[in-house]
Design a protein around this ligand. Structure first.
Ligand SMILES: Nc1nc2c(ncn2[C@@H]2O[C@H](COP(=O)(O)OP(=O)(O)OP(=O)(O)O)[C@@H](O)[C@H]2O)c(=O)[nH]1
Ligand SMILES: [Mg+2]
Length: 302
């Protein structure tokens, strides 16, 4: 097994053991009958795949079983694996060909935004890009400090503002500064906010609009960081942020500490958001481009 596959498998231990353990042991020499589908449906829902996505999955599997004339549940296993892979997109590294490419990062409190931004910044820097961090989380003084610590650690410049100043203003200054210093990638960190709080959602809409005023077309990417441990709850969060800041990608944080990795399938199926990156651990290099085959092989036993 390659090091990459090993890393994914290791990070998905909880999801594999706790949530998908029963799915993996379900298949064997038994005949496929009506009970098979009811039981499999229950197991998949318990594994955080979500009701709607599970129903689609079961329907697709039933069609294939009929078409291929499969009779044993063990034959169904590899079919399920390939149908799970098919539910997900295989992303490529997003293009960074604007001058600069502006990326807005949103999400609820504590989901992993700031840490993920630091990891993304290090990744893009290693790819040879000139990166600039913008600390538009002006809500807490400690939030700016946290990003500044990262900025020093990964040696990437940062634009900050006074605590409690307007997050729109620092976004504007940050993008203007990126243009004048020739940065290639700008990562904007925003304050954590509940997707149900009207004022806070209006505030991030403003950050989004101001980015477009500083540079027409910005933000070019608007990504949500989802804490994988929240499971299906992430769907409501992503739906609300999608409306506010036109999300075009999701990043999964804390896959390594979660048993609810199954939620990834619903993000794509129900919201149509591609998963771009996943956090497989706390280290900078633990942020990986999402890999659908490694993911599905990591959540199921062989
Ligand atoms: N194990 C693990 N921990 C993570 C990962 N991503 C984030 N964390 C941890 O999650 C905690 C919260 O991360 P932050 O990056 O501060 O989250 P945030 O969304 O910026 O939080 P607020 O700004 O308060 O909304 C920190 O302790 C991180 O180390 C991950 O992929 N794996
Ligand atoms: Mg933060």
């Amino acid at each position: 097994m390659s090091d990459l596959l090993k890393k994914w498998r290791e990070s998905l231990t909880k999801t594999r053991d706790v949530a998908f353990g029963k799915v993996s042991t379900f298949f064997g020499a038994t005949q496929i009958n009506d009970d098979t589908w009811d039981e499999l449906e229950a197991l998949l829902i318990q594994a955080d795949i979500g009701v709607e996505t599970t129903i689609t999955l079961i329907n697709n599997c039933q069609e294939q079983v009929a078409r291929q004339g499969l009779t044993k549940t063990e034959q169904l296993y590899s079919l399920l694996k390939s149908e799970l892979i098919r539910l997900l997109d295989q992303p490529e590294e997003p293009l960074m060909n604007f001058q600069p490419t502006v990326i807005l990062i949103a999400g609820v409190n504590g989901s992993g935004k700031t840490t993920t931004i630091a990891k993304l910044a290090a990744r893009y820097k290693n790819m040879g890009k000139k990166v600039l961090l913008v600390a538009a989380d002006t809500f807490r003084a400690a939030a700016v400090d946290q990003l500044e610590v990262w900025s020093r650690r990964i040696d990437v410049p940062i634009i900050t503002a006074q605590p409690e100043s307007d997050p729109g203003a620092v976004t504007y200054d940050g993008i203007k500064s990126a243009v004048s210093r020739g940065s290639e990638v700008v990562l904007i960190d925003t304050a954590g906010r509940l997707h149900t709080r009207y004022n806070l959602m209006e505030e991030i809409k403003k950050v989004y609009r101001v980015a477009g005023k500083a540079l027409p077309g910005a933000p070019h990417y608007s990504w949500i960081v989802l804490d994988t441990t929240t499971g299906q709850n992430a769907l409501q969060q992503a739906a609300a942020f999608s409306k506010a800041v036109h999300l075009n990608g999701a990043l999964l944080a804390k896959l390594d500490t979660s048993a609810k990795g199954g939620m990834a399938f619903a993000i794509k199926k129900q919201l149509g958001l591609p998963i771009l990156y996943a956090g497989l651990g706390e280290r900078v290099e633990d942020l990986q481009l999402f890999n659908r085959e490694a993911f599905v092989n990591g959540i199921l036993e062989h």
